[in-house]
Structures are given as structure tokens and as C-alpha cells.
Write a protein that binds this ligand. Structure first.
Ligand code: SF4
Length: 362
């Protein structure tokens, strides 16, 4: 088949990488082979690697390397460490990864501080092995399981820590597989994912059993310049409504909250848009997570190299240094800015989304 032109805009009709690499071990898993079939049908160049090492022959120029890496999808086998889940406060009891990396181009991307090397997207072929690890964690966890106001969510598993799973869904089907697995799992457990994408059509007819919560990750339209390659906010809100109509519990991840000029009106407008988009839905189960923008010297250096000239302010203005429990430092908004932001959100949500449950502010 003649390769189709590379689509660098992941939100437009689904992401199509320029090439897909699959390792020898990944070819041993039916799920890995099905991802190859989907990509090949879209005209993506397929490279079958002779072993399990990813040969990443990217340019020395960081900008070129970034562009090439973002156009590359690798199908690999998740190592055993990925099947030993880690706590993920404040979102969920446990982090479960179906992939690592994301094709979008957000100038604040939180992955910049956590992924090593060029930002290729790796998806896991051994999804069944990852799913098989879930039951051992049932009833355990320190976040929702031990929380008075969230215990009813059951043991929670967050799938968006290292990727945007909906961005990859047209190519992988991994998210649908995971949602269906939670739907079949007759247990007090919940899958959670958050996304800046909107193509939820494959998820709507799944037998999800109410055991997956989708959250739309949102910022105001006025800040779209910080979220390259993601779906327009209006489409994300339509998708959220469709998911609620399909019986899924839903939520908002307002993240990262950016105190750029005009933020008061911009975020008030966003909450208005949410209220309008969800208007009239009966028995709405809606949560809100509020996450302010932060960065550290490492993530700033990576982001400066990926997005030189970005308008996102990381100069240190209105910031203080906060020490994490791991002994590292991050730049967060100062107390006055935090207070102003927090007050504004509490008021707007109480006023426009009175039934929403705020899970945390950070
Ligand atoms: S959508 Fe999320 S994971 Fe993807 S680039 Fe943007 S912030 Fe990063």
C-alpha cells in the first residue's frame, strides 16, 4: 500500500504516525499484531525490529529529534515493573499504564519532566498481562480506598499518568479493551482516564458497567495556543456529554490552571461552557479535579528545547519553590495567586455546576 501523507495533527481524524516500530517480543502478542494491522491499514510505514532494542536514530538537533520522535509509535512489551503498580496521589489508588508518551504538543506537557529521551510514544503489546495484574490490588490503596469522601469509588486505577489514552485509541484499541475488562470485572473497582481528545465513538457502545470514569482535561479556548495538536475544547465537551449519555460517570480535569493575563474571565467562561454542554443530563455523576501549573528545572529545560518561543510563562514571576516529599523542587504559584485562583474556581463551580464534586485542588 502506498503510504499516506504523515498527519502531524493528532486531533484531526485520529493520529497517524509516520512510522511504527514493533519489537520481536511484541510481535508475540495478539494485541501487538492487531495494532500493526490497524496502522498498516492506515498506510503507516511498519518497521519490524530484529530484536527488542528500539533503534532510535534521531538527529542530534533537539528540534528535529523532537519532530521525528513525535511521529514515531513503538509497540513494545511492558517490562515486569509496569505490572507492579504505583500509588498515584491525588488521583487514584494505583497507576496502570497502557502506553507511555503522547502525540500532542502541549507547551506545558507534564511528561517532559518524567520521560527520558526523545518523546516517542510506546504502546504495550502485553495488555492482557497488565490486566491480569489488577485483581491483586483490589481493596488496597491509600487514595480513594482510604478516603472518607471517595471510598465509594472503590479501588481506583488511573490510566492517564504517562499518556493520553484516547489519543492512541484509533490505532491501538487498548483503552476499549481496558474499559471492557473493568466492565466484566464484578468488583468494587474503577478505571479512570483523562483526555484532551474527543473521539469517543468506539467507547460509547462498550459494556462498561459504570466502572470507568472519563474526565475531559480542559483549559479555556483563549489558552488553546498552549495545547497544540489536541481536540478543540468544544469537541471535548461534546464527547464528555456523549459519554455521560452512554452511562459513564464523568469528570473535569481542569489542568494545568494557568494564571496568564485574562485568566479570571477565561476560566469563568470555561465553567459556563461546561454547564451549557452538560445541561439537562439527568442524574449527572460529575467530579472536578483542579491542578495548577507547575514545573521544575528539568521539565523547563526540556520544554524550552521542545517549544522555543512558547508564550507560556516560566520566568519565575508569581512563583515560589516548593519541596516535594521526594526531595526535589518545583515551581508553583505563590500563595496570593493560588488563593485568587482557588477562590475563583470554588465560586464558579458552586454557582454553575452545583452538583459537581470537587475531588482535590493542587
Ligand atoms: S495531551 Fe497531555 S500528555 Fe499529550 S502533550 Fe498534552 S499534556 Fe502532554
Amino acid at each position: 500500500m502506498q503510504p499516506l501523507p504523515y498527519s502531524p495533527r493528532p486531533e484531526a481524524a485520529g493520529w497517524r504516525p509516520r512510522r511504527l516500530l514493533i519489537t520481536r517480543s511484541a510481535r508475540g502478542f495478539a494485541h501487538g499484531r492487531s495494532i500493526v494491522d490497524r496502522a498498516a491499514a492506515l498506510g503507516v510505514e511498519i518497521v519490524e525490529l530484529p530484536g527488542d532494542r528500539l533503534n532510535l536514530d534521531f538527529a542530534d538537533d533537539p528540534r528535529r529529534a523532537y519532530v521525528d520522535a513525535k511521529a514515531t509509535l513503538a509497540v513494545v512489551v511492558a517490562p515486569p515493573s509496569k505490572r507492579k503498580f504505583q500509588p498515584i496521589a491525588p488521583s487514584a489508588d494505583w497507576r496502570v499504564d497502557l502506553a507511555e508518551g503522547c502525540p500532542a504538543h502541549c507547551s506545558y506537557c507534564y511528561l517532559a519532566g518524567s520521560l527520558k529521551g526523545p518523546p516517542i510514544t510506546r504502546v504495550y503489546a502485553n495488555l492482557d498481562e497488565i490486566l491480569d495484574a489488577l485483581p491483586a490490588y483490589l481493596g488496597q490503596g491509600m487514595i480513594t480506598t482510604r478516603s472518607a469522601h471517595r471510598a465509594h469509588e472503590g479501588t481506583t486505577f488511573e490510566a492517564s499518568c504517562y499518556t493520553d489514552p484516547l489519543a492512541l485509541e484509533p490505532l491501538t484499541g487498548s483503552l476499549s479493551t481496558m474499559i471492557a475488562a473493568f466492565g466484566r470485572w464484578d468488583a468494587d473497582a474503577q478505571l479512570r482516564f483523562t483526555t484532551k481528545f474527543a473521539d469517543v465513538a468506539p467507547l460509547l457502545s462498550l459494556d462498561h458497567g459504570g466502572r470507568t470514569r472519563m474526565r475531559a482535561s480542559l483549559n479555556p479556548k483563549a489558552f488553546a495556543r498552549f495545547e497544540g495538536g489536541t481536540a478543540p475544547v468544544g469537541r471535548r465537551l461534546q464527547a464528555l456529554r456523549q459519554m455521560a449519555e452512554a452511562g459513564y460517570p464523568i469528570g473535569l480535569t481542569i489542568a494545568p490552571i494557568i494564571a496568564a493575563p485574562g485568566w479570571e474571565d477565561a476560566y469563568a467562561g470555561l465553567i459556563d461552557d461546561v454547564a451549557t454542554a452538560l445541561h439537562g443530563l439527568p442524574e449527572l455523576d460529575l467530579t472536578v479535579e483542579l491542578i495548577t501549573h507547575r514545573y521544575n528545572p528539568g521539565s523547563k529545560a526540556v520544554l524550552d528545547s521542545w517549544y522555543p518561543g512558547s508564550a507560556l510563562d516560566m520566568t519565575g514571576a508569581n512563583r515560589v519553590t516548593k519541596r516535594t516529599k521526594f526531595g526535589t523542587e518545583k515551581q508553583v504559584y505563590d500563595a496570593a495567586t493560588m488563593r485568587a485562583l482557588h477562590t475563583c474556581f470554588e465560586r464558579a463551580i458552586a454557582d454553575r455546576l452545583p452538583h459537581a464534586r470537587i475531588l482535590y485542588w493542587t
